[in-house]
Design a protein around this ligand. Structure first.
Ligand SMILES: Nc1nc2c(ncn2[C@@H]2O[C@H](COP(=O)(O)OP(=O)(O)OP(=O)(O)O)[C@@H](O)[C@H]2O)c(=O)[nH]1
Ligand SMILES: [Mg+2]
Length: 366
């Protein structure tokens, strides 16, 4: 399963433009049916794929993927009306992280729901909307717990009591405007609430959507907002979504020229994709199977057994061992045969922790 990122933001902040630019999609921006979610995939830029391809000469190269979801509705409306929002909310709830698109571009012809352009205010508003959604879930659960406690003997209260106490504590912090990702919860408590898929618990990448004329002020804006809002699981960057979308349709040489004209060093979208990847703590490993050379992303700390299962459940079930060589060792020794000769090819067991850049051949038996 690829990693999924939900795109949220206030009305007309540029969510669909960011989505289209990231995924090369063509979803309608304005005046489209608002209740439909857009989903699309983008490839994780990975320079090592090209370097390794020169050695392996694969028939096909398959980069790792990130799935983006533009839910096309406000988070607040989702929390308020469960009946119409069930499916949209579930898309968002199952995302691994959220991108909050915050408008900074001025354009008089596009009204801002807050009346003026104020990125700080909009970040606060979105934090409140996420908290609002989580509070609605907590309140419903607390009611159920109270009802449940009435129906069972006192001696069996402790499990529900513990859950109620934890949720009550989280609720109090949310009411003090502390998102769950910034609350001090133990690893056990975090695990216990994971199934609620709280929105304010998710990693949050804020993208300031700049106007072309604001590109040279981007760093100052990012720093100022970062000083005000930074905390665990929170990160800020900026992008001129409209410009990136236009560049996405150009060939790479023209796009590079265009970008240089605006003083932009790196393709903004690659930066966003790479950033979300780093932010989520993912590592990349590579496989070559029947001529297909492929990059996979897994959370840092993943075992060889789990990594095998990501490719195919049979590989996990019948796992024997993994043959591993690091990308740099392989490039140094010019190929698998050379790496084997130099003793750089290692045999690893189920518990081996996959390292970024590993090239792995899974040996399995079913
Ligand atoms: N100048 C400028 N305009 C932008 C930029 N990004 C988006 N826009 C414009 O802002 C308007 C809204 O953009 P969308 O991407 O549709 O915004 P949205 O958040 O998806 O809007 P809703 O889904 O309706 O809430 C469109 O007219 C875009 O062309 C930008 O970076 N600069
Ligand atoms: Mg939209």
């Amino acid at each position: 399963m690829s990693l999924a990122i939900g795109i949220i933001g206030l009305a007309q902040s540029g969510k669909t433009t960011v989505f289209n630019a990231l995924t090369g999609g063509h979803s309608g921006s304005v005046g489209q049916r608002r209740e439909a979610a857009h989903m699309g995939v983008s490839h994780v830029p990975e320079p090592r794929l090209g370097q390794l391809a020169e050695i392996f000469k694969p028939k096909k190269i398959i980069p790792a993927e990130v799935k983006y979801i533009d839910i096309g509705a406000s988070v607040k409306s989702l929390a308020q009306d469960i009946a119409i929002s069930g499916e949209l909310l579930s898309h968002l709830s199952s995302a691994d992280a959220l991108i909050n698109v915050v408008r900074t571009f001025p354009r008089a012809s596009i009204p801002h729901p807050g009346g003026t352009i104020d990125a700080g205010r909009d970040i606060t508003t979105m934090n409140l909307e996420l908290a609002f959604s989580d509070l609605a879930i907590i309140e419903r659960r607390l009611k159920k717990i109270e009802a449940g406690l009435k129906g069972i003997p006192h001696a069996e209260h402790h499990v529900l009591d513990r859950e109620r106490d934890l949720l009550t504590r989280i609720k109090a912090d949310l009411e003090r405007e502390i998102p769950i990702r910034q609350q001090s919860l133990t690893a056990d408590e975090t695990r216990n609430i994971a199934s609620y898929q709280f929105l304010s618990a998710k990693l949050m990448l804020v993208i300031l959507n700049l106007g072309e004329e604001q590109i040279d002020q981007a760093k100052i804006m990012e720093t100022e907002l970062s000083d005000r809002y930074a905390g665990p699981g929170w990160c800020i960057t900026s992008l001129c979504a409209q410009l990136e979308l236009e560049m996405a349709s150009l060939d790479s040489a023209t796009a590079a020229e265009f970008r240089a004209g605006f003083g932009l060093a790196e393709p903004g979208l690659e930066r966003i994709i790479r950033l979300s990847y780093e932010f989520l703590g993912l590592v990349t490993f590579f496989t070559i199977v029947s001529g297909e050379f492929r990059a996979w992303s897994v959370p840092a700390g993943t075992s060889a057994l789990t990594a095998a299962g990501k490719i195919h459940s049979d590989m996990e079930r019948g796992f024997i061992r993994a043959e591993v060589v690091s990308c740099s060792d392989l490039l140094k020794s010019g190929g698998l045969a050379g790496a084997r000769q130099h003793g750089l090819l290692r045999l690893e067991g189920k518990k081996y922790i996959v390292q970024d850049g590993d090239i792995i051949t899974f040996l399995f038996n079913i």
